[in-house]
Design a binder for this molecule. Structure first.
Ligand code: BTN
Length: 259
């Protein structure tokens, strides 16, 4: 990280691992995912965590923005998986977020693919991106959680559809403690993923995903698909059953509930 033109962390910390051994701290960045991408191969490699206190241009899925006032948790994780598995890892990354929220008293669930919701209000989200640097392939998994956020710090249009840990539980939750709890579970998932117990992980995902069984419309890049959410495949696609019994597998989209 000697190159002064690259974003400079305020602190670099070692972690015991087993997978994520380096933590880069930033005060304010545009987006931790963008900073991670700039630093790939220059301080951010497999097993690096980047965490910022706030973001000025936080990114959400499908080109949306992610409001990132101080108090929230803004993290990007760098891995070097097989390119075929970026989406699955991004999907599975929802599990440790839910586990950490539940640990701190918010009984959250997942809305496919990886919106983290409590009482149908959004409390966290994940944006996973695959990037090549030369021949090296990286996954940057960005996780945002509304931990210590006052809802009036969110844009007005987002307030009614969002909540935060601070809003839902009376106790103060320290972001570093939350991150550490979440990372232990994520490392466990990545280890299991590497050693091949993937079906079990998808079963765990299904257990936390409240989309399954609901009547939905999914806006996909190819148009809208309506039906009942039936299952999630081992690669993370959502299976939707149309009223005539026909099934379609959707790999990317935004779900709206119709019941
Ligand atoms: C979504 O639900 O649309 C995904 C939101 C992802 C937000 C996180 S915050 C940390 C990382 N940096 C970003 O710019 N986005 C992700």
């Amino acid at each position: 990280m000697a190159d002064a033109s690259l974003p400079q962390p305020t602190a670099i910390e070692e972690r015991p691992g087993p997978i994520f051994r380096r933590l880069l701290r930033f005060d304010a960045v545009d987006s931790t995912n963008e900073v991670a991408k700039l630093l790939l191969g220059h301080g951010a490699d497999e097993g690096t965590i980047l965490v910022a206190k706030r973001q000025s241009a936080g990114k959400g899925r499908h080109g949306r923005s992610w409001a990132s006032p101080p108090g929230g948790l803004y993290v990007s994780l760098v891995l070097q998986p097989d390119p075929d598995y970026v989406a699955t890892l991004g999907l599975l990354a929802g599990i440790p977020v839910v586990k950490a929220l539940r640990h701190y008293g918010v009984f959250a669930n997942l809305k496919w693919p990886n919106d983290v919701v409590f009482m149908e209000k959004k409390i966290g989200g994940i944006l996973s991106e695959g990037v090549y640097r030369g021949d090296a392939f990286y996954a940057v998994i960005g996780i945002g959680v509304n931990t210590g956020i006052d809802l009036d710090r969110l844009p007005e249009e987002a307030r009614a559809r969002a909540t935060s840990v601070k809003r839902e539980v009376p106790e103060y939750v320290d972001n570093d403690d939350f991150l550490e709890y979440m990372m232990k579970h994520f490392e466990d998932i990545v280890s299991k993923f590497r050693t091949g117990t993937r079906d079990r992980l998808i079963k765990d995902y299904r257990g936390l995903c409240t989309t399954i069984g609901k009547d939905i419309v999914v806006a996909t890049p190819k148009g809208k698909v309506a039906g009942r959410a039936y299952d999630v495949t081992p690669l993370g696609a959502l299976v939707v059953m149309a009223p005539d019994g026909g099934k379609s597998e959707i790999v990317d989209g935004t779900v709206e509930f119709t019941t």
